[in-house]
Design a protein around this ligand. Structure first.
Ligand SMILES: NC(=O)c1ccc[n+]([C@@H]2O[C@H](COP(=O)([O-])OP(=O)(O)OC[C@H]3O[C@@H](n4cnc5c(N)ncnc54)[C@H](O)[C@@H]3O)[C@@H](O)[C@H]2O)c1
Length: 418
């Protein structure tokens, strides 16, 4: 069965959702409030780096995937509306739902026309949000799920840098549903993916996503805490110790071991805000998740810990070359990047001769953080030439073996990578 689908919010998740459905022959309309993003997409340009997704855009733009000016008319002809807007952290750590509410208001007038649609929240939202906040919000503005439409959630598990690969070969598809129509329609929509499909309660759908992200954050903070213990004990080969830990056969399958590894702390768009949101949700409901509290504390302490390591070796007058600016290798996403936090501490401490290089994220970093005192280098050899001390912050493959090629310069390896 081929469906018509509207995707609202065309970031990493929205573009991946839109293009995977287009790839499966559904008719997809995409809309974003960011007009610059829409202009780029209309020209076939993906506004961020994602291997595979760029080619999918070229394949489907103007055919199975169309960018629309008017979200309301797109929704009118659609069977499904996927909400893929941001859910950033509010000051108290809770998820900010305002983008979801704004998106719902954009098409609210259409839902009375007698056609049964499924409104699917793909954005990450804490458990109980669909049932206790989104549906009540809809009811407040006169939208009553039931005969008119269904509301479901469908968390996304993709990894940035591997969006296309992860979405086309997902491990599981999880849908939180409250009625049979939503379950049947979603099951049918996803039937061509050949992936295990789970229809669960609304709260369970949301919970599974946080189970995943908070466990990853916990493994990272655990590893970072252990690296701190190793540093105070002394004479511990941290990298070797973790590599030997991973030789235990129980870590063998998949890539999970990469999360049980120390570094500068988790960053990016998801783990920081999702861990905070789950902590805030537990507290709001009357239970303080103590492990998550400490996971967040350890993570928050990592930039200072790394900056202290750097300042123990470097003098403020040294030329410090920062290698890597994106939050992880393989991506040009600089949201919540460790490099930005470490650079901020170094600048405040009077280290003003900073150089920086990232294989793909120099421009995105400069645009987001606008640190005045950084000189961006166009390639690895130019940053190495101009630096007295190198600081590896993002573990790009390009930096592997740098200690052999550019021997003689002190390298502070914040990722235990070299
Ligand atoms: N990035 C990831 O790796 C990832 C993975 C899984 C889940 N998620 C979750 O998916 C959601 C989206 O994440 P993302 O990384 O794609 O975010 P993003 O910031 O890249 O994209 C969100 C887009 O929504 C647009 N938007 C905001 N309000 C809108 C509206 N009313 N109508 C239409 N567009 C609107 C924004 O302009 C932006 O382009 C978040 O809840 C996130 O937690 C992200």
């Amino acid at each position: 069965m081929n469906y018509t689908i509207t995707v609202l919010g065309l970031g990493f998740v929205g573009m991946t959702t839109a293009l995977t459905f287009a790839e499966k022959n559904h008719q997809v309309y995409g809309y974003d409030i960011d007009t610059r993003r829409m202009d780029l997409l209309r020209q076939g340009i993906l506004p961020f780096s994602e291997p595979g997704l760029d080619q999918a855009l070229t394949r489907h733009l103007g055919q199975k995937f169309n960018i629309v000016e008017d979200a309301e008319s797109a929704v009118r002809s659609s069977d499904f509306v996927f909400l893929c807007v941001g859910t950033p952290a509010e000051g108290n750590g809770e998820a900010d739902l305002s983008y979801i509410y704004d998106a719902v208001r954009m098409f609210s007038s259409v839902l009375h026309d007698g056609k049964h649609r499924v409104i699917v929240v793909k954005s990450t939202i804490p458990p109980s949000t669909t049932s206790e906040r989104i549906i009540p919000y809809m009811e407040e503005i006169g939208l009553y799920p039931g005969d008119m439409f269904s509301v479901a959630n469908n968390p996304e598990f993709l990894r940035e840098g591997k969006c296309w690969e992860d979405a086309m070969n997902a491990d599981r598809i999880v849908c939180g549903v409250a009625d049979h129509i939503a379950e049947t329609m979603l099951r049918s929509l996803y039937s061509s993916f050949n992936t295990p499909f789970f229809a669960v309660s609304l709260n369970t759908g949301e919970y599974i996503k946080y189970l995943s992200n908070t466990l990853l954050a916990t493994m990272i903070s655990y590893s970072n805490e252990m690296s701190k213990v190793a540093h105070v004990v002394g004479d511990i080969q941290v990298k070797e110790a973790f590599k030997i830990l991973h030789l235990d056969r129980r870590w063998e399958s998949g890539n999970m071991a990469s999360y049980v590894y120390p570094g500068c702390g988790y960053g990016g768009y998801c783990l920081p805000k999702d861990t905070m949101a789950m902590y805030a949700t537990g507290r709001l409901k009357g239970y303080e998740p103590k492990i998550l509290r400490e996971v967040i504390k350890v993570n928050d302490s990592m930039p200072q810990f790394m900056a202290d390591r750097i300042m123990n070796i470097a003098r403020p007058s040294d030329n410090l070359g920062i290698l890597g600016l994106s939050f992880k290798p393989g991506s040009d996403d600089v949201r919540d990047s460790s490099s930005a936090k470490i650079i901020e501490i170094l600048l405040k401490a009077g280290y003003t001769n900073l150089l920086a290089y990232d294989p793909i994220a120099n421009d995105a970093f400069n645009e987001k953080y606008s640190f005045n005192d950084i000189k961006y280098c166009k390639d690895l050899s130019s940053i190495v030439e101009q630096s007295d001390i190198l600081v590896l912050v993002t573990a790009w493959e390009e930096f592997k073996g740098i200690e052999d090629v550019y021997s003689g310069k002190p390298i502070i390896d914040c990722r235990y990578f070299l």
